[in-house]
Write a protein that binds this ligand. Sequence first.
Ligand code: ADP
Length: 431
Amino acid sequence: MLTAIFRLFLVLVVAGIAGLVGKSLLGDVVGWLIAIAIPVFSLLIAFINQTRLDIFVKGAGISSLSGFGGGWPEIFFRLQRIITLLRKDIEHVERQHKRFIEAFQASPNGIVMLDDQDQIEWCNAIAERFLGIQFKRDALQRIHYIVRKPEFVEYITARQYEEPLVVENMGNNSGLILRLQAFPFSENRRLLLIQDITDLSKAEAMRRDFVANVSHEMRTPLTVMMGFLETVQTLDLPPEQKTQYLEMMMDQGRRMKNLVDDLLTLANLEANTQPAPNNRISMSYLVSLIKNDAYALSQGKHALNFEVKTPCDLLGEEREVLSAFSNLVSNAIRYTPDVGSINVSWSINPAGEGEFSVTDTGPGISSEHIPRLTERFYRIDRSRSRETGGTGLGLAIVKHVASRHQANLVIESTPGKGSTFTLRFPPERIS
Ligand code: ADP
């Protein structure tokens, strides 16, 4: 400002001196003309420069500076350099900002930024879905006015963020379990992170159920065994009765061993996520092995029929396939009352798939149980299962073996008439 006043003063002084010189040399009129012309000319130059500066600032570039005299081009040149650097800085910051937004959008977790008033400053698309909000509509609204779930409102307003909040069924997401946690950051803002933990929670619940089931399954034979042991220890029993008790204990011991064996088989199958190897398994040989075991288990109480319609090789893991087939056949024998019949067959269907089928004339299974039969420890007839030495894990093992061999387990059953369990292997597994 001072420079501008000084310049004006300078122009007026120069105009005055020039006017006086003009007046003394060339007369009054010329002197006045010179004294007026100098400030007018200065003003004109300043006006033209201002206009050009305006044009330049609007982006016309350095070429618009041609025609300037004096120190102006130098000043404009420097100005343009500053503007160019500033523009580059702004572009760089904008690019970085865009990348941050893209990274936050790519996150599998919901992210919401809240200001010090709990108003939504920004959120990603996942957070919109999890919380049932729309950023365009709800920006700068207090989040707890939009997300009305009571426990969420309490969490946000209480401002105690050390622990996460776990909520179910937020927004329109029925069945979804979310873990939310707020993290304070600059100027009293908060970053709200939302994670979908539905699968994790289900897996955790399954693990808890599984441990409870195994403990229960183990405790029953153990309690029985300890009861017998106590009796044998405290009572002076005749030798025949002692032998009988020892046999009963042996039975319980076998039950526990079967359970542990099945648990280990299942654990191994679950640990192995790779497809089964392509070892050649002769179906005629495998069926003959199963046949021997089946006759031993049935003890002549059932009509058994075994048929290998297409003798060929299956490509897979023999131990696993044998365990799956044996489970299906032993189930048919265990659940079919005496005098019933069981048909076991291996064939190739018109689509080239290999089918191992076990049909029995047992009690059958009503349709509501069928989808759950392969769950661990799911039983329809608990006492029949226990009486016949079942562990409740047989069909779970079959399902895992099937999936390792890209096979399907198909269960068809009519209550009161019988059931057919079919393992269908893809043509690539048939040789
Ligand atoms: P378990 O060791 O109890 O037999 P599984 O997993 O092999 O366990 O079978 C689960 C349940 O499915 C059994 O408890 C039984 O109720 C039912 N089930 C299996 N196979 C048959 C069958 N062939 N006929 C009738 N019910 C069956």
